[in-house]
Design a protein around this ligand. Structure first.
Ligand code: F6P
Length: 357
């Protein structure tokens, strides 16, 4: 019998609990034990490591329906350059490896995005830890898999936001701007923009000009329609090539505010009344869509199979209607922004949705 660890790392998203449930069920069917590591790698700094035993009875029934992760997560504190209280960075990877070893695990399932995978696979190499990865991120920017867990739900939330903005836009003759997440990739904006009937979709992969956006909005008005919907991805750069970032009290700069910036530009260039909605973390913390539950569950089963076969350093991936496995390093290297020659970009062009260029 094997004893396997499960950890969630990086930003949460919908579907993490479906993965955890799937892995626990599949492992227990094989007569294995499952241990949940708490708060990502942070749980391994503790002596003894912060863990929670996971049994099918305990995790069944409710958790798959819930957003978030019952194990907790963190996207702070890269163990290879851990921020210390005095402002210095310290390599604490040895402590993490010791934590893994103290748990006496045969293998771990690491649930993360490309940033987490880079750290986890480095740790795995350093400590001789058997790891398989499951891709999750609302940004859908992990290479070699068509979908990562969390993306579908985020797109559904952003689409629903557009459904809710359209009636109020029409009632007030307004241009509504919706800023969505996506880190450096425009996948959420593109998918939700098409599904939610946007007139303009701005993504970081395609530089926009305000003249082009204004032209589209004027054309919408000239057609007799009194409102317009604009979707802006958070990492869209300003016209002069800069990124709009907000400085927080912890001294860190994060995206946020590009929607306001572009809303003001549109108001000035078109004379329209604009209002801006920043969707933010509601794209992450909600009940998962059926797609994310399915994907998460199928990914978890495959991850447990890989452990049984002794195939490590692999990430499960969705390609051509099935779950396969690829080398984690290859997936990281294949980081995937929106391909400007892709079907969805073509779809926008064919419909006359402006991409701002
Ligand atoms: O990577 C997921 C994501 O939600 C991005 O879309 C966004 O840029 C970032 O995380 C937000 O991070 P945080 O929750 O740390 O503010």
């Amino acid at each position: 019998a094997k004893r396997i660890g499960i950890l969630t790392s990086g930003g949460d998203c919908a579907g993490l609990n479906a993965i955890i449930r799937g892995a626990v069920h599949a492992a227990h069917k094989k007569g294995w034990e499952t241990v949940g590591i708490l708060n990502g790698t942070a749980g391994l700094f503790k002596t003894p490591p912060a863990v929670r035993t996971l049994t099918p009875l305990e995790i069944d029934g409710q958790i798959m329906r819930q957003g978030g992760t019952i194990l907790g997560t963190t996207n702070k504190g890269n163990p290879f350059a851990f921020p210390m209280a005095d402002g210095s960075l310290k390599d604490r990877s040895g402590e993490i490896v010791d934590g893994f070893k103290a748990l006496g695990l045969d293998a771990i399932i690491g649930i993360g995005g490309d940033g987490s995978f880079a750290i986890l696979s480095k740790l795995a190499k350093q400590g001789g830890i058997n790891m398989v990865g499951i891709p999750k991120t609302i940004d859908n920017d992990i290479g070699m898999t068509e979908f990562s867990v969390g993306f579908d739900t985020a797109v559904a939330v952003a689409t629903e936001a557009l459904d809710r903005l359209q009636p109020t836009a029409a009632s007030h003759d307004r241009v509504m701007i919706l800023e969505v997440m996506g880190r450096d990739a425009g996948h959420i904006a593109l998918a939700a923009g098409i599904a939610g009937g946007a007139d303009v979709i701005l993504i970081p992969e395609i530089p926009y000009s305000i003249e082009s956006v204004a032209k589209k909005i004027k054309a919408v008005k000239d057609s007799g329609r009194n409102f317009a919907l604009v979707v802006v991805s958070e990492a869209v750069k300003t016209t002069d090539g800069g990124k709009v970032q907000t400085e927080y009290t912890d001294g860190e700069k994060r995206y946020g505010g590009i929607g306001q910036y572009i809303g003001a530009q549109i108001a000035e260039a078109t004379g329209s009344e604009t209002r801006v909605t920043v969707l933010g973390h509601v794209q992450r913390g909600c009940p998962p869509s059926y797609n994310d539950r399915l994907l998460g569950t199928a990914f978890a089963v495959k991850a447990v199979d890989l452990i049984e076969e002794g195939k490590f350093g692999r990430m499960v991936a969705w390609q051509n209607r099935q779950v396969i496995d690829v080398a984690i390093e290859d997936a990281i290297a294949a980081y995937q922004q929106v391909d400007i020659d892709s079907t969805l970009v073509h779809t926008c062009r064919a419909l006359g949705i402006s991409l701002g260029d």
